[in-house]
Design a binder for this molecule. Structure first.
Ligand code: SF4
Length: 232
């Protein structure tokens, strides 16, 4: 029989890894087998297979569904929230409740994009009971998944929604005011910090400053140098 072609070898390797991925733990995530053939959608699919049954922290015991995140693997923009709520836990999809509808409006009406064009996820992939704040051991256990998602997608800009995801990615302070109004960087990717849609539902006055943040995101996506944007 002829030697397998490089394409056949890669396919065989992927199939093997997909089977192994069933027992994978997120903190053991290895670098992608496709590193030299960067194919974001396949790599995200593989990552999902690796973590879909994750038991690495206590939230596995109470979740209904793991909420991996959804959207475009080649997205220029990744939005990162805190953790799934009740609606997300029930459906396995990120940002689908009232806050999700508002976020969809920001994306479609404010940015004139569709949810399919960007990628939306949370720091934690499983719901903390009663929507309590994520705990340090849960963040430590789960962070590897988000890091890998960002490495695979490598967007032009990350938008963190609320103080929690800003703190986890940037670690500069605990209040939203410690971050807003300036472009930050996570592993050389520009980060714009804005309000969580839940905060906008509680306080509509925050829509105006959120729009200011959206305009900065759009500028970066359209090619403006984030280092030249300064403060707003
Ligand atoms: S929150 Fe993250 S680390 Fe914990 S079980 Fe879910 S996927 Fe695993």
């Amino acid at each position: 029989m002829d030697n397998p072609s490089p394409k056949q070898q890669i396919k065989a390797l992927l199939e093997e890894l997909m089977e192994e991925g069933e027992q994978y733990l997120p903190y053991k995530i290895k670098s992608s087998p496709l590193k030299n053939f960067h194919q974001p959608q396949q790599e995200l699919d593989l990552l999902y297979q690796q973590v879909k049954n994750c038991q690495s922290c206590k939230l596995a015991a109470t979740r209904k569904n793991l909420v991996f995140g959804e959207g475009n693997a080649n997205a220029n923009l990744v939005m990162v929230g805190e953790a799934p709520g009740a609606d997300e836990d029930a459906t396995g999809k990120p940002f689908v409740g009232r806050a999700g509808k508002l976020l969809t409006d920001i994306i479609t009406k404010g940015m004139e994009l569709s949810r399919d064009e960007i990628f939306i996820c949370n720091v934690l992939k499983c719901r903390p009971p009663l929507n309590r704040d994520p705990e340090k051991d849960e963040i430590d256990a789960c962070m590897g998944i988000l890091q890998k998602q960002l490495e695979i997608i490598n967007p032009k800009v990350i938008c963190t929604l609320g103080r929690f995801s800003a703190f986890v990615l940037l670690g500069k302070g605990k209040k939203l005011g410690d971050y807003r109004g300036k472009v930050h960087f996570y592993r050389n990717i520009p980060v714009v910090v804005t309000y969580h849609p839940s905060a906008l539902l509680r306080n509509p006055n925050l829509k105006r400053p959120t729009w200011d943040d959206v305009k900065i995101i759009l500028r970066i996506m359209s090619g403006d140098d984030p280092n030249q944007i300064g403060y707003w």
